[in-house]
Each structure stands twice: as C-alpha cells, then as structure tokens.
Write a protein that binds this ligand. Structure first.
Ligand code: PRP
Length: 211
C-alpha cells in the first residue's frame, strides 16, 4: 500500500490534477469531507489529509510514503529522511517581507536597525536577515501574521503573498522578496528503496504531468 500525504488549503486544488495525470483518482472530494483517509481507484494507493506543516513529518517517519509540501514548509523542517526529487511547480507564490506603510523599512535596513519580525517561517527569516547582517527579534506565530504590525507586536512580517489581497485588506505593503515558493514532491527514503517498482513509475508520471 502506498500512502500519499496531502494538505487541504492553498495547494489542494492544484494537487488533484497532478494526481489524476498519474492515474490516481479519488471518488470522494477530500476538500469537502471531514474524513482523513481516502481510498483511490487504485486499491494499493490511499490519500491521507494532514496539516501542511505536518506533511514532512508523516513522510519522514513512515506514516506516508510520499507527500506534497510547499518549499516554505520544507525549509522549516529539519529532517533528513526525505528526498525532494521534484518541483511540481504548483502553489507558486512569494515569501515576502511586509510592513505598515508608515514603517520606513529601507531606512531601517540601511541603518542596520534591530527589527522585530513576526513569522511562522523562523528559519527562512533568520537566514534572510543574517545574510544582511541585521539582528532580529523573532516573534514566532502560527497564522494571521498580518495582525502583528497592526497591533504593534512587530515591525515587519515574513509571510507568503499570492494575490496580495490579505496584505491590502490589512493596510500592509510588501517591501522585499525573500524567495519564490512552489510545492515539491517528497519521498520517504526507505520507502523509495522498498517500493521502487511502484514509486519510480509514479514519480515519472508526476514529472511528465508537471511538464
Ligand atoms: C497565506 C499567507 C497569507 C495569505 C496570502 O495564508 O499566510 O495570509 O495566504 O494570500 P494572498 O496574497 O492571496 O492574500 P494561507 O491561506 O496559506 O493560510 P495560513 O494562514 O494557514 O498560512
């Protein structure tokens, strides 16, 4: 049995066509169901639905053989038992620094001022500002980062920006790009050896679907 870990939300609608092109179809729509395990048309393949940030944990620890996770999530994950063989080129967005219009980010960077940064992407934010030689106080949040500058919790945020609507609705502006984010196929290293005959053609089909 091959178990594929997926998450609902941002990348889910783009994930299903990729599975379909690899011949994996699910009779039920996981997006509108509370169930967490879904059979597919292939009796040897099932889907499990987990939180986006838990996908690498499930895959590394063998709870799933393969998974689809954003580069944002993978950069924060410190595990070593997973291969990242394929950029699926879905869920494309940018990780950005953003702040209130009134905050002079450019000047703060020029002066190398100490910055209070709210984010759930601690590794990405720390690396980004370390490279600039800027000291930061990290404020780890798990969602709704946009609130932090509004209520004075932070000077800036590091967060994903897709349409830009969330920033706009909260009167924040993007001021610098940290990186481009896409979703990756990840594979449990041991499973790839053990289930090579099944997984290799599946990865090949995913790869062709991406092209
Ligand atoms: C992300 C991000 C922003 C929003 C940006 O959240 O954290 O809040 O999307 O999208 P936009 O530029 O199109 O408005 P997501 O929906 O992934 O959920 P999260 O809060 O769980 O991170």
């Amino acid at each position: 049995m091959i178990t594929i870990a997926l998450s609902k939300g941002r990348i889910f609608t783009e994930t299903m066509p990729i599975l379909k092109s690899a011949g994996i179809l699910c009779a039920e729509n996981p997006e509108s169901s509370r169930k967490l395990v879904f059979e597919t048309n292939n009796k040897n393949v099932r889907l499990i639905i987990v939180r986006a940030s838990d996908v690498p944990t499930y895959v590394e620890c063998g709870g799933a053989d393969i998974g689809i996770a954003g580069k944002d999530v993978l950069d924060e994950y410190q595990g070593e038992g997973i291969y990242h063989p394929l950029d699926l080129n879905i869920g494309r967005c940018k990780m950005m620094v953003a702040c209130k219009k009134e905050f002079d980010y450019k000047q703060a960077v020029q002066k190398k001022s100490r910055l209070r940064v709210a984010t759930k992407y601690s590794n990405a934010a720390s690396d980004f500002f370390a490279k600039k030689g800027i000291h930061i106080d990290l404020i780890k949040l798990y969602g709704s980062m946009e609130l932090a500058p509004i209520v004075g919790l932070a000077d800036i945020i590091v967060d994903l920006v897709s349409s830009g609507e969330t920033l706009k609705a909260n009167h924040l502006i993007p001021v610098e790009e940290v990186s481009t984010i896409t979703s990756r196929l990840i594979i449990n290293k041991a499973s790839l050896k053990l289930n090579n005959a099944t997984l290799k053609p599946m990865i090949q089909q995913f790869s062709e679907a991406v092209k």
